[in-house]
Design a binder for this molecule. Sequence first.
Ligand code: FAD
Ligand code: DLZ
Ligand code: SF4
Length: 508
Amino acid sequence: MSRNLHLILGDQLSETISCLEGFRKDQDMILMCEVIGEATYVKHHKKKIAFLFSAMRHFAKKLKDNSFNIQYVKIDAADNTGTLFGEVKRITENYWIENIVLTFPGEYRLLSEMLGWEDKLSITVEIRPDTRFLCQPNEFAQWAKDRKQLRMEYFYRDMRKRYNILMDNGMPVGGKWNYDSENRKPPADTLSIPSPFKIQKNQITIDVLDLVDSYFGDHFGNLKPFHFAVDRKQALKVLEHFIQHRLPMFGDYQDAMIQNEPWMYHSHLSFYMNCGLLLPLECIRAAEHAYYKGHAPLNAVEGFIRQILGWREYIRGIYWLKMPDYGTQNFFNAKASLPSFYWSAQTKMNCLRQCILETKQNAYAHHIQRLMVLGNFALLAGINPDEVNEWFMIVYADAYEWVELPNVTGMILFADGGFLASKPYAAGGSYIQKMSNYCQNCSYKVTKKNGPDACPFNYLYWDFLSRNREKLQSNHRIGMMYKTYDRMNDEKKQAIARDSESFLEALT
Ligand code: FAD
Ligand code: DLZ
Ligand code: SF4
C-alpha cells in the first residue's frame, strides 16, 4: 500500500501542525523519534531534553489514542540510528512511502538537510509552511524590502492591524501603540509574587527523567525538581494561571529582578509556544480578553501582546531573512572566551551568580536577566558570539536557533552591527542596582567606579565604549555617551582601562 510519511519534530507538537493536514488515517503514517543527534548537536540542558521527550511521548500517545498510525522511536530503541534522517530512511526501507510531508523546521541547519532528502531517498518531499507563526518568512521579507532600517515597533503596529488585536476602529485601543514607558518599575519590597503553576509528574515523565539522567548525565543543569507542563491540557492550565495571577502585574514589573524570585510576573509560556503545546495567537487572545473583561490593565496586556505578536515574530522574521550569514556575524570582532563561571556560577558578581544558578536549576531566566545581566556582561567583556550563542542554545528550555540566534547575535551582542536593534543594550552597574536587589548581597560595590572592589560593570561599560569608539560614535542613540567619556580626565580614563584589563585577564 502506498502511503505518505508525516514527520513531526520535537518542537512541532501541535494537533494543527501543517504536516498533518490531509492525513489519511487508513493509509498514512506519522514518524516521531527521539534521537541522539538532536539532543547533542549542542549539549542541551538536561531539563530541556526531559521536557521535550516527555512532551513528545504524551503527544504521540494522544495521536495513537485518536487512531493515528504512528511510529514512535525511543532514544533507547535498539535500532535507533541516532539522527532524524537515519530514522526517516529506515522507515522508507521498511514501508512503501510515496511522499514525505514535513513542516518547515525551526533551524536553518535542519532545513538545509531536509532539502537534500528528496535526492538522497528518491522520494518526493513536501515542506509546508509553519502556520503556527503569524508572519511567514516571505511575508516578513516583503515587509522588510525597501526599508532602510527594520524596527520592531513598526512591524508590530502592522501586525496589530493585520490581526485586529487591541484595535478600535483602526486606532490602537487607549490611543497609544506602546505602553513601555509604564513598564519599568523597580522591584518593590512589598511585592508578593505568586508561585508558579507546578505540574505533578506522571509515570511517562518519571521514566523520561531516569532515561535522561543515564543518557545525558554529563549535560549542564539540574534535572529535578521537574514541574513543566508536558501536554496541551496542562499547558492550557499554565496559560490560565498566568492570565489569572500574573498578567495584571506583568507590565509594571516586566524589567524587575529580585534575588530568589526567578519567575517574577512573567508568563513562562515560551517553552510551550516554542514546542507547539500552545499557539501564540491563543495566548494573545487570552490576554486581550482579560483586558476587555477588566481583569488586567492595558499596560500589562499591551506589553505582553507586544512580546509575542511583535518581538517573537520579528525575531523569527530576521532569522529567516538573514540566514545563513547571520550565524557568523561579529561586528565588534569580539574574541574572548566564555568565562567558566557561566557554567559553574562561581563568581563574586552576585547578579551573574544568581542568574546562572537559576538558569542551572530551572532551564529558565526571564528576559531582563538574559538581556541586562548575562547578555550585557558578554557584550562588555567582548566574548566571541559563537560561544555566547552556544551557551544560550544549551541552557534554556525554550531555545531553538530561530529565536536564540537573533536575540544573542542581534539583541545582546550587537554583532550584526545594528540590523536588529538600534543600539547595543550596554549598561553599567547602576541599571542593575535600580532594577534589582542583587547589589545588596554583592562583594562588589555598585557605587564605586574604579578599584578592586568597584562593580566590574561600571568600568567595563566605559572600556567597551572606548574600545569600540570607531564603530559606535556615530550611533545616534549611544554616540552621546562619548561626550561624557571625553570629559573624564586622563587619570580616570587610565583607571578604567587598567581595571578592565586586569579584570578581563583574570577571567581567562
Ligand atoms: P514573558 O516575559 O512572559 O514574555 C511573553 C512571551 O513573549 C514569551 O513567552 C516569548 O514567547 C515572547 N518574547 C518575549 N521577548 C521575546 C524576544 N526577545 N524574542 C522572542 N520572543 C520573545 N526566547 C525564547 O523563546 N527562546 C530563546 O532561546 C531565547 N533566548 C534569548 C536570549 C537572549 C540573550 C535574550 C535577551 C532573550 C531571549 N529570548 C528567548 C527572549 C525572552 O527572553 C524569552 O522569550 C522569555 O524570557 C521567555 O520567558 P517567558 O515566557 O516568561 O516570557
Ligand atoms: C531540541 C530537540 C531535542 C533535544 N531532541 C529532539 C529529538 O530527539 N527529536 C526531535 O524530533 N526533535 C528534537 N528536538 C527539537 C529539534 O532539535 C528541533 O526540531 C530543531 O531544533 C528545529 O527547531
Ligand atoms: Fe552585579 Fe555590580 Fe551589583 Fe555586584 S555590584 S550585583 S556585580 S551590578
